[in-house]
Design a protein around this ligand. Structure first.
Ligand code: FAD
Length: 492
């Protein structure tokens, strides 16, 4: 079902303005957009009230700054004066005030994990939290162990080892020309989507997604390796092998030295997103305002975006890093698109609508072939297991909400041969020649299209579009007796 956006689109709470997942937005006053905020941060105005000085903030001091016009918040050990930002916050002043005068890291991670606050709030930085003497002592002990090449086990690691899924481990072995890093996940549902590898400069990172956690291998390799490597998964035993090619055929005494969070299992919500720079390979018009972008991953990256998941694209815009979510599609969308002759799984395709007055998309559109844009690791909670024994699949998409449906359709039509495809276009503002369906999402439209083949057939309804479309759609689906498990709505 296609719901063509009206002139006033995006509506005040539309997906196109979504800055975080699923929470309420408040309408911002005139002159309080993200671009206006960036302008203010560049104006040279003293936004902290400290005339550029950075201070050490004690807990007692932090607590004192808990009012709207004097509001300090600590995020990951750094303290920001967010009072000047209040009116620009898409989630509203009250949401910011929930963390006033305290450590807001957890609250922040629940809704903003992907927002690059360091860049957005850099002019509001008051300083660091003062480290308590006891903590300082432990910290120095840990540092000594790192310097000696021993990895301190983090607190996170200890907790998860006791309470989390069975703890993964890794090992490595070598031949004259190869080094193999083996990761034992001890999980059965591991595949090539579960592992993301980035080898850049001196840092080798392998993130394995294990349920809601990341198991991180993060090492400065002891010797040089070739750019190319291969990744294999032995699904039956949950083993992943990353095979690196040595630059010189010498024997390595050790794999390398541990870098930050090496060998830890960290809840995904507690980790920042990792970005790598991808090159723009092609840009093709699909409609008057929508383009298919093809980005190429760096040669030393292994990353596959699972069906139904999105990534974040990041670009510096007038000196501030701006991040927006996008759902990769498959390159086969455009029949005449000529794929460059390069190895498989090296490209990510995006179908993106350009808003001439938007913040991010005009900048993206200005990129030249060969330019770079940063791409995050994938996010999202859609699970391919939802397709098991599926009999009916309904996809409801409005506007750019079509994008997650592309890979779902590809998968469903290839892997579930019993499915028959019907497409219905519904236009909300059609031209006079249009003689198909028109209107907005409504009980009448949904009950007409969403009919189960059998009374008890296994059904999945996926819905994506501007927030009002998705929210109303989900309500109507419940009214039509679709259960929570039968509905998947896509949000950031
Ligand atoms: P914005 O700056 O957000 O502006 C968009 C429009 O709103 C402009 O016309 C602007 O003038 C207007 N506007 C902005 N602020 C205000 C205001 N305060 N008052 C009135 N009008 C205002 N999009 C895609 O094209 N493809 C995808 O694959 C895709 N995937 C997504 C996946 C997820 C999970 C989510 C949440 C969103 C996705 N989006 C996708 C939307 C995308 O993230 C951006 O929101 C979109 O590209 C707009 O970005 P922008 O910065 O260019 O525009």
């Amino acid at each position: 079902m296609l719901n063509v956006p009206s002139q006033s689109f995006p509506a005040p709470r539309s997906q196109q303005r979504v800055a975080s997942g699923g929470r309420s937005k408040v309408p911002l006053k005139q002159g309080r957009s993200l671009m206006d905020w960036i302008r203010l941060t560049k104006s040279g105005k003293d936004l902290t009230g400290l005339k550029g000085r950075l201070i050490e903030v004690t807990e007692e001091e932090l607590k004192k700054h808990n009012k709207k016009d004097d509001c300090w918040i600590c995020i990951r050990g750094f303290v920001y004066n967010v009072s000047p930002y209040m009116e620009y916050h898409p989630g509203g002043e009250d949401e910011l005030m929930r963390a006033a005068g305290s450590d807001g890291t957890e609250l922040f991670d629940q809704v903003h994990r992907w927002v690059n606050y360091e860049s957005m709030l850099k002019e509001c930085l008051v300083g660091r939290m003062a480290i308590k003497p006891a903590v300082l002592k432990d910290y120095r002990e840990e540092e000594k162990k790192v310097l000696n090449g021993m990895l301190p086990k983090s607190q996170v690691t200890d907790t998860l080892a006791k309470e989390g899924p069975s703890y993964p481990s890794y090992d490595w072995f070598q031949t004259d020309s190869l080094v193999t890093i083996a990761i034992y996940t001890k999980q059965k549902d591991i595949n090539l989507d579960s592992i993301i590898v980035d080898h850049q400069n001196d840092s080798f990172r392998a993130e394995t997604i294990i349920k809601d956690c990341l198991y991180l291998i993060h090492i400065g390799l002891s010797h040089e390796v070739q750019e190319d490597f291969s990744v294999r998964v032995v699904e039956s035993v949950g083993k992943i092998e990353i095979v690196l090619q040595k630059k010189e055929n010498t024997s390595w005494d050790f794999l390398g030295h541990p870098l930050k969070n090496h060998n830890s299992l960290i809840p995904r919500k507690d980790t920042g997103l990792y970005y790598r720079k991808c090159q723009l390979i092609s840009k093709e018009d699909v409609t008057h305002d929508t383009r298919l972008f093809c980005l190429m991953l760096p040669p030393s990256t292994h990353l596959q975006v699972p069906i139904g998941q999105h990534v974040y694209l990041k670009l510096p815009i007038t000196g501030t890093e701006i991040v927006k979510p996008y759902t990769p599609v498959s390159g086969s969308l455009l029949s005449e698109f000529k794929e460059p002759v390069l190895p498989n799984n090296k490209y990510i395709y995006f179908l993106i609508k350009i808003y001439p007055t938007g913040l991010f998309t005009p900048e993206l559109d200005r990129l030249q072939i060969g330019d770079f844009v940063s791409v995050s690791s994938p996010e999202g909670n859609f699970k391919i297991s939802k397709f098991q024994e599926l009999e009916d699949l309904f996809l409801l998409a409005a506007g750019t909400g079509f994008t997650p449906m592309v890979k779902i359709l590809n998968y469903a039509l290839t892997d579930i041969p019993s499915l028959r495809l019907d497409v219905e276009f519904v236009l909300s503002a059609p031209i006079s020649e249009w003689n198909g369906k028109q209107g907005h999402i409504s009980p009448a439209l949904l009950s007409e299209f969403l009919k189960r083949n059998l009374d008890k057939s296994k059904v999945l309804v996926c819905i994506c579009g501007p927030v009002p479309f998705t929210e109303q759609g989900v309500r109507l689906l419940h009214d039509l007796n679709f259960s929570k498990n039968e509905i998947h709505s896509f949000t950031a």
